[in-house]
Design a protein around this ligand. Structure first.
Ligand code: OSB
Ligand code: MG
Length: 372
């Protein structure tokens, strides 16, 4: 299609409860949505960058700026843009994967709506429902943590992920394991907050029957992950380090990770996420779909991705109400009965959800930017 305009919308979304990690305590997300208008239809994409560059180098203002100054002009200048050519058109601009991913998602959404095809069908989904886990932030104290986890068990989540950091690890993990019993899937995410000096300490996590430990060390430090992987029984999973499919292949071959968290924003888009999935499937490395506190716009596409066959572990694809009192699309609600703890894969064209444009307008934090 020919891209006629690219709109940047910024929306303030208060979280239902503060979300604390080793790197930040967030009470509100400022969501950057991009809308691509083409000669045959329009589509939406969500940029998953955080408010500040604390999880990775990208952040909302930076993404808006790089789209305005570099990425949108490249798409607007191209005669023909398709979901499958966005990454190639934007390749000269180094990095900025979350910004690129949002544009690619919007172009795909526009194209797929026009073709009457869902994201799931297009990406290769093989399931109608996906298993969901929930990512639980660092709490002020153990009682508050246990209350929150108990609520998620009642909701039906199939797996609990605890955020950990030095000083908040053994005690919360032990308490939650005690609460949920030995069989419930439990994993932890350190968001790069440990160092090589913590290897002996981290070996103690083997006592808790964890599914995996996610990203204990900094993004660039594959070597220390290899050391830890050799020292513990618990599988290691990488998140921040995995910025494309080749890096994942390298990390797996070096023995730094035996599980991969796939986040489309972090790797530059849904198509790179599928390549990463395919490589892992070939190597029989289990993958799961990560999350970045997405609204329904990003969640819809994530749930479709999580329905690919290699996604054998529950994702951080939680229901809308885990994050937001009101979502920007129709809400994602966990199923019941045989579908307890699962979300349905949207079946409508494109992402299959409708953006509530009146909410996007009402909750806007800045005027809309229209690039032509
Ligand atoms: O490390 O997986 C992470 C949220 C924001 C940034 C990084 C991470 C997270 C989460 C929450 O763990 C995932 C979600 O529920 O969307
Ligand atoms: Mg993580």
């Amino acid at each position: 299609m020919r891209v006629e305009a690219i709109e940047l919308h910024r929306v303030g979304m208060p979280l239902v409860r503060p979300f604390e990690t080793s790197f930040a305590r967030e009470t509100e997300r400022e969501v950057l949505l991009v809308r691509v208008r083409g000669d045959d239809g329009a589509g939406w994409g969500e940029c998953v960058a955080g408010n500040d560059p604390l999880y990775s180098s990208e952040y909302v203002d930076g993404c808006a700026r790089v789209i305005e100054r570099y990425l949108a002009p490249s798409l607007l200048a191209a005669h023909d843009v398709g979901g499958e050519t966005v990454a190639e058109l934007l390749r000269p601009i180094v990095g900025h994967r979350m910004a690129k991913a949002a544009l690619e998602a919007a172009v795909l959404d526009a194209e797929l709506r026009e073709a009457d095809t869902s994201f799931g069908e297009y990406l290769g989904a093989v399931a109608d429902w996906v298993d969901c886990g929930v990512s639980v932030g660092i709490s002020p104290d153990l009682d508050t943590l246990l209350d929150e986890v108990a609520g998620y068990l009642d909701d039906g989540y199939l797996r609990i992920k605890l955020k950990i950091k030095p000083g908040w690890d053994i005690a919360p993990i032990a308490a939650v394991r005690e609460l949920i019993g030995p069989d419930m899937m439990l994993q932890v995410d350190a968001n790069a907050s440990y160092t090589v000096a913590d290897i002996d300490h981290l070996r103690r996590l083997d006592a808790f029957g964890l599914l995996l430990i996610e990203q204990p060390f900094v993004e660039e430090d594959i070597a220390t992950h290899v050391l830890l992987a050799r020292a513990i029984e618990t599988p290691l999973c990488l998140d921040e380090s995995i910025v494309n499919a080749e890096i994942a292949l390298d990390a797996i071959e070096r023995g730094a990770a035996s599980v991969i968290n796939i986040k489309p924003g972090r790797v530059g888009g849904y198509l790179e996420a599928v390549r990463l999935h395919d490589i892992c499937a070939e190597l029989e490395v289990p993958v799961w779909c990560g999350g970045m506190l997405e609204t329904g716009v990003g969640r819809a596409a994530n749930v479709a991705l999580a329905a690919l066959p290699g996604f054998t572990l529950p994702g951080d694809t939680s229901a809308s109400d885990r994050y937001y009192a009101e979502d920007l699309t129709e809400p994602f609600v966990l199923g019941t009965g045989v579908h307890a703890g699962q979300l349905p894969v949207p079946t409508g064209p494109g992402t299959g959800v409708t953006v509530r444009e009146e909410l996007v307008r009402e909750w806007a934090t800045t005027p809309v930017v229209v690039l032509r």
